[in-house]
Design a protein around this ligand. Structure first.
Ligand SMILES: [Zn+2]
Length: 360
């Protein structure tokens, strides 16, 4: 009798081990039944295999709750689809059923909180841009929806505040960022600001009355002038640091001559001139005739190697608020100059992305 019981126990043990081994090899119980559940809500065999291949187990319930949706497998097979973001795609898709699936995937992949914005190709393109700043997304969309323009240009304009009217908002320039201080038609210096480390440029380095510059910028300028000279490019300062009072006189003289609107295009209002920073210099010839000369070309291509940027480039007038000035070079330091040169951006764009964005 005891032996019979033992045999039954052994047989049961063998059968259960065999069953356990079978399910271990052929997937567990839940997967066997999930297959049927997906089929039950309407997915074909082929669709079920796409689901099983692309969705994490923990997200199966989301599909069951959703019920049959013919776009589900489109989402799962879209370029850039990432199983980690599955829940986000579905939530966003439910609110944007008419949107392009690829835009939905791109927008959710960006990692920015954008669920409350309608999905669109413009929004997707914006998030793919290097200089995209999420805080500005509403302004990008506003501007983009009223201007026929690509995402990159929209971002340039909004990051620079150039979607606003020049001088319509006014902020104190942040002097704590030292060589990167931004002075333009939105950021201004105080009346009494004079840099404490001005030095004079003289001899071969200078031919102008306003010959002072901050020490680090002056050293960099002289080094650049020395190197250029070895290549038979003769450079010299014409106008560097200018005080607030100097700018008052200059600006008033221009208004008298050409009127305020015209004067604003080429001259800065007092406090809004970069020349008050002591970090920039007008070189050689303050005239449109300087454009295209060997000196202007050399500066355009090489100044960044010494920490200088062409501050008011051609084609960026709508961003800087100034017409092209091939003679005006601004010291920003080597690191920033390289990025600004290589990415073909302005100081405004650099400042928005690399300084302002990271300061809050
Ligand atoms: Zn200048």
């Amino acid at each position: 009798m005891k032996r019979n019981i033992l045999i039954v126990v052994i047989v049961l043990l063998i059968v259960s081990l065999g069953l356990a081994f079978f399910f271990f090899k052929h997937g567990d119980m839940t997967e066997v039944s999930i297959n049927d559940k997906f089929k039950e809500i309407g997915y074909s065999k082929k669709e079920v295999s796409v689901i099983l291949d692309n969705v994490l187990k923990k997200d199966y319930d989301i599909i069951l709750e959703l019920g049959y949706d013919e776009s589900l497998t489109d989402i799962l097979t879209t370029d850039g689809y990432d199983a980690k973001n599955f829940e986000k795609y579905i939530e966003y898709y439910m609110k944007n059923k008419d949107a392009n699936i690829s835009d939905i995937v791109t927008i959710m992949n960006s990692g920015f909180y954008l669920a409350s914005y309608p999905a669109s190709n413009l929004l997707a393109s914006l998030t793919l841009e290097k200089y995209y700043i999420n805080d500005y997304v509403a302004r990008y969309l506003d501007y983009g929806n009223s201007h026929d323009m690509n995402a990159k240009d929209i971002i340039s304009i909004v990051n620079s505040k150039a979607d606003l009217e020049f001088y319509s908002e006014s902020y104190d320039s942040n002097l704590d960022v030292n060589n990167l201080v931004l002075v333009n038609k939105f950021y201004h210096l105080k009346e009494d600001y004079t840099p404490s480390d001005l030095v004079s440029l003289s001899g071969q380095y200078n031919r102008g009355a306003n010959n002072k510059m901050r020490k680090e910028a002056a050293d960099a300028l002289m080094k650049m002038i020395d190197v250029a000279r070895l290549e038979n490019i003769i450079l010299y300062n014409m106008s560097a640091f200018r005080s607030y009072d100097y700018q008052v006189n200059l600006y008033n003289r221009y208004i008298k001559r050409d009127g305020k609107e015209a004067a604003d295009k080429y001259s800065a209002r007092p406090g809004y001139s970069e020349h008050q920073t002591g970090l920039c210099a007008d070189l050689n010839e303050i005239s449109d005739k300087f454009d295209g000369t060997d000196e202007a070309n050399w500066l355009r291509d090489n100044a960044y190697k010494y920490g200088f940027i062409l501050r008011f480039p051609k084609g960026k007038e709508h961003i800087t608020g100034y017409k092209y000035e091939p003679w005006h070079f601004r010291y920003v330091g080597l690191e920033a100059a390289k990025i600004i040169y290589e990415d073909n951006i302005t100081l405004e764009e650099y400042y928005a992305y690399y300084i302002e964005k990271n300061s809050d």
